[in-house]
Structure formats: C-alpha cells, structure tokens
Design a protein around this ligand. Structure first.
Ligand code: CTP
Ligand code: MG
Length: 235
C-alpha cells in the first residue's frame, strides 16, 4: 500500500511569540514547513505530502513549495487548515486519495526528524500495527498537581507517576488509513495527538524509538536549538 504524510501547519505559534505563523518562520533561512516537508519526502516510501496551511495562507504555502527543490517522486497538495490541530488533521485527511493505505501525521513544528525515524514508523504500520508513535524516555521527573486551595496559593502535588513507564511522544505518528479516518469521525473529545484518538477506539497503539532531533519547536529557545542542529548538519 502507498504511504502519504499529512502535515498540520496551520497553527499560529502563540508560544513562539509575535511574528509569522510558526510553520512559515525560518530556520537558517528556510521556512520550518519546508524542512518538515523535506523530512517526510526524504522517505522513499512517502509518495504524497498533504500540507495543511494556515487558513489564509494556502496560496503562500503553495508558492513556497514551488520555490524550493523537493523530490520529483513525491506529490504535494495544499489545503487550508482549521481552528484546532485536530480539525486541521481532519481537513488534511479529507484530501487523501483512496489508494493510500498508510498515513503519517507529522507536525510542521518538528522540522528536523531524521528519515530513519520516519521509516521505522512506516515499517511498524506495514507490519500490522493500526497506530504507531515514536517515543523517548523522559529526562525530567513528572508530577501530577491538583488545583490550588485558593487563587495565589501554590498548587499541591498529588502524584508522581513512575518515570520508567512514561514516554514523551513525537511525530510522525503512523496509521492504517481506515483506522485514522474512523478515529477522526468518531472521537469528539479534545486531544493533543492523533494516536490518543485511536486509543479511545480501544485499538492497540505501539511505540517505536523516537529521536532527540524530532523535538517540537514550541518556545523561542527551541529555535536556537533547531538552528544549531541544522548548522551541525551544514544545511
Ligand atoms: N496546528 C494546525 N492547526 C491548528 C493548530 C495547530 O495545523 N489550528 C499544527 C501546528 O501548525 C503545528 C502542530 O499542529 O505544526 C503542533 O501544534 P503546536 O506545536 O501547538 O503549534 P501551534 O498551535 O502553532 O503553537 P501554539 O500552540 O504555541 O500556538
Ligand atoms: Mg498549539
């Protein structure tokens, strides 16, 4: 079966601070989105990339794709996004032709994911997992907190989950096409990743090793790190 990648890139990037929509901000001179598109197209298995653009930015994204060198064996489609990430992914899936049996969903905000990670996710889906997420162990201890007793009071810690069993998950997340479409049609709760929708269907989600360079560009310091990683790669 063929593999397509949907790239949600319609977010504003509020946590990055004022400026262009996050996916259009540059890293060492090239828009973050172009880095993310190249990361997906770098996999020989990916023959279609669907970019979900900022709602008013679809034409700009189309011309960016046309202006940058991208592999010829890959097709690129641009659709306008929605108000939430979940809605944007759904709009991307609506543009997925029927012959694509495997779908990746990859954040434009993770521009530096290595191709080996992409291929490991695709491989696990092809071996039969309905949903696959790249994941890393946590460096920090994580606490669950409760509400403060009163405004201005400190939040109380209520639990410390065993860190050894926790994972930080990344993208691309990989799916059997029918499973992901059903998840997006069925689950209405707010979620922050696609795999959790498949979990809510009661289906098995498995992890493969993630990669440090697949980190998400969220806050200003992440831009510094991303540009340093690119410089080390001499891009
Ligand atoms: N995204 C999207 N449509 C939205 C919101 C987010 O396509 N309405 C995309 C972002 O463009 C990003 C990915 O989902 O590639 C992960 O979201 P996040 O890192 O939260 O990006 P933003 O929502 O843009 O950032 P912020 O939450 O700081 O505003
Ligand atoms: Mg967001």
């Amino acid at each position: 079966a063929r593999t397509a990648a949907v790239i949600p890139a319609a977010g504003r990037g509020v946590r990055l601070g004022p400026g262009a929509p996050k996916a259009l901000r540059t890293l060492n001179g090239t828009p973050m989105l172009i880095h993310a598109v190249r990361a997906m197209a770098a996999s020989r298995a990916v023959s279609l990339v669907i970019v979900v653009a900022p709602p008013e930015g679809a034409a700009e994204v189309r011309s960016l794709l046309d202006a940058h060198a991208l592999p010829e064996r890959t097709d690129f489609v641009v659709v306008p996004g929605g108000q939430t990430r979940q809605e944007s992914v759904k709009l991307g899936l609506d543009a997925l032709p029927p012959e694509y049996g495997t779908v990746l969903v990859h954040d434009a905000a993770r521009p530096l994911v290595p191709v080996d990670t992409v291929d490991a996710v695709i491989e696990a889906v092809r071996e039969g997992a309905p949903a696959v997420v790249p994941a890393l162990p946590l460096a920090d201890t994580v606490k669950e907190v409760g509400p403060a007793a009163a405004p201005g009071e400190p939040e109380p810690v209520v639990a410390t989950p065993d860190r050894a069993r926790l994972r930080a998950v990344q993208t691309p997340q990989g799916f059997d096409r029918a499973t992901l479409i059903r998840a997006h049609e069925t689950v209405t709760a707010d979620v922050t990743d696609d795999a959790s929708m498949v979990e809510q269907l009661g289906l098995r989600v498995v992890v493969v090793p993630g990669h440090e360079e697949a980190f998400k560009v969220t806050r200003p310091l992440d831009l510094v790190l991303a540009e340093a990683v690119l410089a080390r790669r001499r891009l």
